[in-house]
Design a protein around this ligand. Structure first.
Ligand code: IVH
Length: 661
């Protein structure tokens, strides 16, 4: 056998093995043999690339690194489905259909919890995969989808076809991935759907290949060209070599439909991947046009969403969290469990009365659900599983500052009695991220409050830990991927903010924006400032005793020093580069000096302007930003007034540059 034939043979063996294992779930050769054949083929392809088959299984290894994803316009929009949440709503759906047509069947399919993908084949060969995007335009993820082992690169028929399906991450892949991430100290994915979505947007397809995504197909675009019913479409997809979820059923009427859905709900928990409902489609394609579409959904299909789950887990500990108003709340620290699409490790216990009324104790087995599908909550204790847990006792002092807690008569909440409690004083966080300090766009008051209340933000360093929780944050109502991505980018960018902004942001008593600017001129790094003595500081013009003492006190507090070290580790800039411009109204401005100056010499004034990033010019024009007018200013002042250029006197100039010389 010559090389070419051997390569063809290996391609065939390996593709068949892939199909048997990944599509049919029926392995036919051992892993050992598979690895050997693959190795042999990889080596041959390296030597004889001209003989590499277009559907070579080595494509599944990945290795293409992209710089970004191209946009793809879908030939037919990728619609989504309406939802129903109960048997009654399902009956209403059926009644709406009955009004239009009479002879029909339903096909039920599991609703796979992943991300939709559109696959294009030309002459039976895989050419492109695109994400849903906004339904009209998606992203080209061909290289990544190519690594999915069950994806056929060549169909059994040489046809042009567009097929749609769901990419998902099986539980096994998800577990392996998170275990790896844990040992690498990387943030964990919240759920398989997020992991699949994050993986499909990886630029390096090798990473995708390693994560073992999978794919079920369920739709043929322009299906009527190929078959007449959804059941036939699923069967045809299988015949073409696609992986189709086997749990579909043809249903005669609404009563059977409801029965079938109940059966699915119990059954789905046994599956090795996530499902979040059942998709119900009319089987007969010739009825689709008559039943019609809304702008977003087909009216001939809907998704029945499963009810929120209740899951048992262990209550490992009860911790306490302080809110904005000083209310101290008990929080359940749980053995992490997967509930309704995400892993839950904490749940609110509301207040002392709630815990006592339900007699919730550390070590108990508890039932947890997601209130409104979002907020994790402990519903009750599984008393049968209680051993000898001790009854709950509310703490008496603040978990942050240690001052006594008080419970006002008639109220269920405990408050911290310390008006300056740092735990509740989130104003500091709001100030730190504000535009005048670190300028973390979008981390405004509301967001800080929300994150603080949910326990994500208690201190300045927590801001830089938010990225570890991005998957969780994206699930919060009102946030979503884009908002959180923007926020995390703004946080990342703030790390390079100038040192004076950081000093101001830290909220050191009496260190305002102006003092911070003076400080960095004298101490161009935080390490130097840290060592400054009271005398050193007090010797600086414009730094009085009060400010000097406050700075010394701040840097003598070990908690502050620890925090600064932590921020340093996060990569925040703590150095003021020589020549670095501090933000100032003179920055990039053209300034003209005129008349006799009393306080400064001309040279001093010019020097100052240049230090602050401005340019001194000798003549006034429409491009002039400021004219500094001393005594007896003449024609230049006149011209400035004519042109409407801003004029300031020397006193105002002094105020603007005060302390910066
Ligand atoms: S059919 C017109 N079938 O659910 C839309 N979708 O909420 C046709 N999904 O965007 C979709 N499993 O990502 C269909 N067996 C299935 C599905 C399924 C999961 C997803 C799909 C779709 C979303 C709709």
């Amino acid at each position: 056998m010559d090389v070419k034939e051997r390569m063809l043979e290996l391609t065939k063996i390996l593709n068949q093995a892939n199909y048997d294992y990944h599509t049919l779930d029926q392995p036919t050769i051992s892993d050992y043999d598979y690895d050997h054949y693959l190795k042999e083929l990889v080596e041959l392809e390296a030597k004889y690339p001209e003989f590499k088959a277009i559907d070579s299984p080595t494509e599944k290894i990945g290795g293409v690194v992209l710089s970004g994803f191209e946009k793809v316009t879908h030939t037919k929009p990728m619609m989504s489905l309406s939802n129903v949440f109960s048997a009654d709503e399902l009956k209403e759906f059926d009644e709406r259909i009955l009004k239009v047509v009479s002879n029909y069947h339903y096909v039920t399919e599991l609703k796979i919890d992943g991300l939709a993908v559109s696959l294009t084949y030309e002459k039976g060969l895989f050419v492109r995969a695109a994400t849903r995007g906004n339904g009209l335009v998606g992203e080209d993820v061909t290289q990544n989808v190519m690594t999915i082992k069950s994806l056929p690169l060549k169909l059994t028929e040489p046809i042009d076809i567009i097929v749609r399906g769901e990419i998902y991450m099986p539980h096994k892949s998800f577990k392996k991935l998170n275990e790896q991430r844990l040992s690498n100290d990387e943030p964990l994915f919240q759920n398989p759907r997020n992991a699949a979505a994050g993986t499909i947007r990886q630029l390096d397809s090798k990473v995708v290949a390693e994560r073992n995504l999978d794919l079920f197909t369920y739709t043929i675009v322009d299906d009527k060209n190929y078959v007449d019913t959804q059941k036939e479409a699923l069967e045809y997809l299988k015949k073409l070599g696609f992986k189709v979820n086997p749990n579909y059923h043809l249903i005669d009427d609404i009563d059977h439909l409801i029965q079938q859905i109940e059966a699915y709900d119990a059954f789905r928990k046994t599956l090795p991947y996530d499902t979040d409902g059942v998709v119900i489609k009319i089987n007969e394609f010739d009825l689709y046009e008559r039943i019609g579409y809304t702008s977003k959904f087909p009216k001939w299909a809907t998704a029945y969403k499963f009810k929120a789950e209740q899951v048992e887990t262990i209550l490992k500990d009860i911790t306490f969290q302080i809110g904005r108003t000083g209310v101290v709340t008990p929080v359940a620290e749980l053995e992490p469990v997967f509930i309704s699409g995400s892993t839950v490790a904490r749940a609110t216990l509301h207040n002392e009365d709630y815990v006592l009324a339900k007699d919730i104790r550390i070590g108990d087995t508890v039932l947890v659900h997601k209130a409104g599908e979002i907020i994790p909550e402990v519903i009750e204790v599984v008393l049968d599983k209680r051993t000898n847990q001790k009854p709950f006792q509310m703490i008496e002092s603040c978990p942050v500052c240690g001052e006594p807690l008080i419970r006002k008569p008639g109220e269920a909440d405990h408050y911290c009695s310390n008006p300056d409690c740092p735990g509740k004083n989130i104003n500091g966080l709001i100030h730190f991220s504000s535009r005048v300090a670190m300028d973390i766009d979008t981390l405004g008051e509301k967001v800080v409050e929300t994150f603080h209340e949910l326990g994500y933000l208690n201190s300045i360093p927590d801001i830089y830990k938010l990225k570890d929780f991005s998957d969780e944050l994206k699930e919060l109502p009102g946030f979503g991927d884009k908002k959180i991505d923007n926020l995390l980018t703004a946080i990342e960018n703030s790390k390079s903010q100038t040192l004076d902004k950081l000093l101001f942001g830290l909220g050191i008593k009496h260190v305002g924006a102006k003092v911070a600017k003076i400080l960095v001129k004298h101490y161009p790094s935080i390490d130097e400032l840290k060592e400054a003595t009271f005398e050193d500081l007090n010797a600086i013009p414009d730094i009085g005793e009060m400010i000097a003492q406050s700075i010394v006190n701040y840097f003598h507090d070990s908690k502050n020093l620890e925090m600064i070290e932590e921020l340093k580790r996060f990569g925040l800039n703590m150095i003021f580069e020589k020549g670095e411009q501090i933000e100032h109204p003179f920055n990039n401005k053209t300034i003209v000096l005129t008349g006799k100056l009393q306080i400064f010499t001309r040279d001093q004034a010019s020097d100052l302007i240049e230090k602050l990033g401005g340019k001194v010019s000798s003549s006034v024009s429409s491009k002039t930003d400021f004219v500094v007018a001393g005594e007896d200013a003449g024609s230049k002042l006149k011209k400035a007034n004519e042109l409407g250029v801003k004029v300031i006197d020397e006193q105002a100039f002094k105020v603007m540059v005060d302390g910066l010389y």
